[in-house]
Design a protein around this ligand. Sequence first.
Ligand code: PAF
Length: 286
Amino acid sequence: MTLQVLHRVAELSDALDAERRAGRTVGLVPTMGALHAGHGSLISRAAAENDVVVVTVFVNPLQFGAGEDLDRYPRTLDADCVLAEAAGASYVLAPTVQEMYGDGSLTKVSVAGSMTEVLEGASRPGHFDGVATVVAKLFAMTGRCRAYFGEKDFQQLAVVRRMAADLSFPVEIVACETARDPDGLALSSRNAFLDGEERAAAPVLHQALEAGAALIQAGERDPRVVRERIAAVVAASPLFEVDYTAAVDPGTLEEPERLEGDVRLLLAARLRSGSARLIDNLGTRA
Ligand code: PAF
């Protein structure tokens, strides 16, 4: 099927209603564009599991705080469409801010509680309200579907799952493993901001998480010791400054007294040059 690029929400809703009437299932891959192989793997999986796939490309201003990288966030719609089509997408929805929010929305979707207040929520106040609001709108526009999210944004995945369940959207959330470069760096649109030296140093994030996981495998059960170890590995690189490290229960994102069963290790670090802030995470078992 040739890719159709739409800019109007109503066009997408009409097209998907027709697809469903014809008995076809819909996969949704929400993105902010600057698509890379990680997005490609989400789209390919959605194409393997559904009859039609919609990729949304929208740099959502609501989820950026003051002083964050909204203005310089890469916008590469033509290349995004080429990648989306090659990976099996049937539709790209690329709306303007005006199309999404009109003259400003008075309604916001907010997932209350510690899930949105810790980690990224603590470093980026309001970020998850912006994410929950835009994803709720995308779910409302798309209707019944499977929606594919990368585990790279692990906290976002948890927030979206909770929001979709709480608001009874007819959407099945599908979590997809983080795609990585061969040296371990998690694929991210923000990797485009790194210069050569920063790119060469960036795998330290994954190495730090692996060091944390190795400590747990060796019998460490104190989450404080594990997160300090992760921070120490990152801090050994002069280019990075640690924002947070965490060893948490993957369901609640809370730090237990003692690590037991499934554990998620998470990390955020800034380049000292100011070029980017990167996040990564890894699952392990205690
Ligand atoms: O992960 C992203 O790219 C964005 O946060 C999302 C889910 C598309 C919402 O803008």
